[in-house]
Design a protein around this ligand. Structure first.
Ligand code: B4P
Length: 191
């Protein structure tokens, strides 16, 4: 099993690229954002609690997403590995993921980090708001907060992974196809 993190600020293309990459390389795509939105849509107690946090652009508690990922890791068979999208988002989540994988004889093999200009991030999210109806895309102040939260709480993971020799920056500017080719090139080398 080869396990990848796809990483980057909100709007960097993580979700967009993950779907395509998971299909191309037969990876199991795990997106905590999608899992949380599914809880909200299903109207579960957890979804109700998380909805107000997400609509403000804040991170949900570490233990919630760690539990979600833990429940998926053992029920996934027949793929070449995992593609973690939007998880981990804090150093504590990264440590928990490493522990879960190590206990199963696996590790994080590569962290692919999409680099995208600030203005382009905002442009993409504002555009998506029209199609997705996501409350966290609608308000420019919430978009800015998500980017600030990324810088404060999520970006420190880059240093953590750099020290482990698994950090791989990727130019996230350009067309979806161009970026897909770049990411595919890095993944191909690992598989
Ligand atoms: P996520 O669902 O992970 O959402 P995101 O960061 O906004 O990125 P996403 O993957 O959706 O967007 P993408 O860049 O693909 O998280 C949502 C919320 O859930 C978080 O804010 C948090 O509250 C909570 N959450 C999730 N995981 C958590 C965790 N581990 N811990 C705590 N809280 C957690 O694309 C954006 C748009 O750009 C799309 O419309 C796309 O079509 C477009 N686009 C992409 N690439 C493009 C390109 N090259 N050119 C033009 N447009 C492009």
């Amino acid at each position: 099993m080869v396990n990848f993190l796809i990483f980057g600020p909100p709007g960097s293309g993580k979700g967009t690229q993950s779907v395509k990459l998971a299909e191309k390389f037969n990876l199991k795509h795990l997106s905590t954002g999608d899992m949380l939105r599914a809880e909200i849509e299903a109207g579960t107690e957890l979804g109700k609690k998380m909805s107000s946090i997400m609509s403000k652009g804040e991170l949900v508690p570490d233990e919630v997403v760690i539990e979600m990922i833990a429940s998926k890791i053992d029920t996934t068979k027949g793929s070449n590995g995992f593609l973690f999208d939007g998880f981990p988002r804090t150093v504590a989540q990264t440590e928990a993921l490493e522990k879960m994988l190590n206990e199963r004889g696996m590790k994080i093999n590569s962290m692919l980090v999409l680099d995208v200009d600030h203005d382009e991030l905002v442009k993409r999210l504002v555009l998506r708001a029209d199609q997705s109806g996501r409350p966290d895309d609608k308000d420019p102040a919430v978009i800015e907060n998500r980017i600030d939260v990324y810088k404060a709480k999520t970006e420190p993971i880059i240093d953590y992974c750099r020290k482990r020799g698994i950090y791989q920056p990727v130019n996230g500017m350009g067309t979806i196809e161009d970026i897909f080719e770049r990411l595919s090139g890095y993944m191909q080398k690992m598989l």
